[in-house]
Write a protein that binds this ligand. Structure first.
Ligand code: ADP
Ligand code: MG
Ligand code: MG
Length: 395
């Protein structure tokens, strides 16, 4: 396989290919190999997809690798950490698994964590064995919701780990008779599942953090500000990749939840250590993008972060003034900063209008992405709902 790749019918992959296309060959990347901790006779590998000797432009990992190379050409190595939240549910996915997990503020609930100790510990032990340096597990803001954190790494490694993490969490949950979901908003009224990304840029040796400058506001260097400027400038288009499902828009722009806050942004604003904006600078030398959700493709979300950041660095983009409004207390009202897209179609249109970002992600990739996602939107829009009957029957 390492030499010739494993053959697949590309049609099966949602990459805008048809049964008439020749075999797609997946060539394993040896840096990614993992012996399944819960099934050691099976190995997992991330692969690079080729067709007739050429990289498939729409394949997410290829897109990310191209952007990593672009950044490297400019002397930059992007490192990120992700926080993929998830729910543990009953096997049918209809309700949270723990019937006693009902507290209005369930964040960090020690009792609820202990009721799921076997699942969380097995996942955490696996990450310890894999050398990912996991450092914290918690019960998150919503009933039935958890988060497990491991140390940041180069973007490609983080994306491989993120992809494997989702597979592992689901597999181990199933082994315990449960189901894990990364769906952005599985339960109305409860906080949704985000997948925040913490971002920093280093020199090519990976030793010197180019985002760190203790003399600058919040310890974020000039380069960091420009990178952030690119993220702010392209935020609406970013949503198409970071919030790629119909359901994603029930997490961002959401009304308050049972716990009192949504923890999800609705405006293109940035701030210091304040969790009510799209970007938070929690400490010197990095920033946190709170936009992505559990549905974001692990490779594409990293790719578009680099694409937007490079655009910002090249154009010396200014992120604008930082916003210190407490969106929680003052409500989700904002005096400056655009509103994030309200639904998937809005986001796809913003992506389609952002020719610079489309080109940076690759024209072929972008065309396939917009086409497939527009089909998804159309399928949703043609679906009849009870809401329509309730609100329209007597017009
Ligand atoms: P919070 O919940 O406060 O947002 P977490 O501890 O859950 O923070 O997640 C922080 C993530 O940021 C982790 O993956 C961590 O490794 C990562 N991180 C820390 N420092 C950096 C950095 N300089 N660059 C990129 N990621 C970082
Ligand atoms: Mg966290
Ligand atoms: Mg966070």
């Amino acid at each position: 396989m390492q030499k010739d790749g494993a053959g697949f019918a590309g049609f099966a992959t949602w990459l805008d290919l048809t049964p008439a296309h020749p075999d797609m060959l997946a060539v394993p990347d040896p840096i990614s190999v993992i012996q399944l901790p819960w099934r050691p006779e099976v190995a997992w590998l991330a692969s690079d997809c080729l067709m007739e000797g050429k990289g498939v432009a729409q394949a997410p990992r290829n897109t990310l690798k191209r952007l990593v190379a672009e950044a490297a050409k400019e002397g930059m190595r992007v490192k990120t950490g992700v926080e993929p939240e998830f729910f543990l549910t009953t096997p049918d996915g209809n309700q949270i698994a723990d019937e006693y997990d009902t507290a209005a503020k369930s964040c960090y609930d020690q009792q609820a964590v202990m009721r799921r100790f076997d699942v969380i510990a097995e996942i955490c032990d696996a990450m310890l064995d894999l050398g990912w340096k996991p450092y914290q597990n918690d019960h998150e803001d919503a009933n039935g919701q958890f988060e497990m954190n491991w140390e940041y790494d180069d973007v490609l490694q983080t994306a491989d780990k993120h992809s494997f993490f989702k597979f592992m969490v689901r597999s181990i949950a199933e082994k315990h008779g449960l189901r894990a979901t990364f769906m952005p908003k599985p339960f109305p009224g409860l906080t949704g599942s985000g997948c925040h990304a913490h971002i920093s840029v280093w020199d090519l040796t990976g030793k010197s953090n180019a985002f760190a400058d203790k003399n600058m506001e919040l310890g974020l260097s000039e380069k960091g500000r420009h990178f952030l400027g690119g993220i702010m400038k392209h935020a609406s288009a970013l949503a198409a990749i970071c919030n790629p499902t119909v359901n994603s828009y029930k997490r961002i722009n959401a009304p308050r939840t049972l716990s009192g806050a949504t923890w999800a942004p609705n405006t293109v604003t940035w701030t210091g250590n304040n969790r009510t904006h799209m970007v938070r600078v929690p400490g010197p030398g990095r920033f946190e993008l709170r936009l992505p959700d559990g549905a974001a493709n692990p490779y594409l979300m990293q790719a578009i972060i680099i694409a937007a950041g490079l655009s910002g660095i090249r154009s010396k983009a200014d992120p604008g003034p930082r916003s210190d409004v407490d969106m929680y207390r003052e409500g989700h009202t904002v005096t400056h900063g655009a509103k994030l897209p309200l639904n998937l179609l809005d986001a796809l249109r913003a992506y389609d209008e952002d020719s610079e970002l489309k080109a940076a992600m690759g024209e072929e990739f972008s065309a396939a992405f917009i086409k497939l996602k527009t089909q998804e939107w159309n399928s949703y829009a043609s679906h009849f709902t009870q809401w329509e009957r309730d609100h329209t029957l007597d017009v």
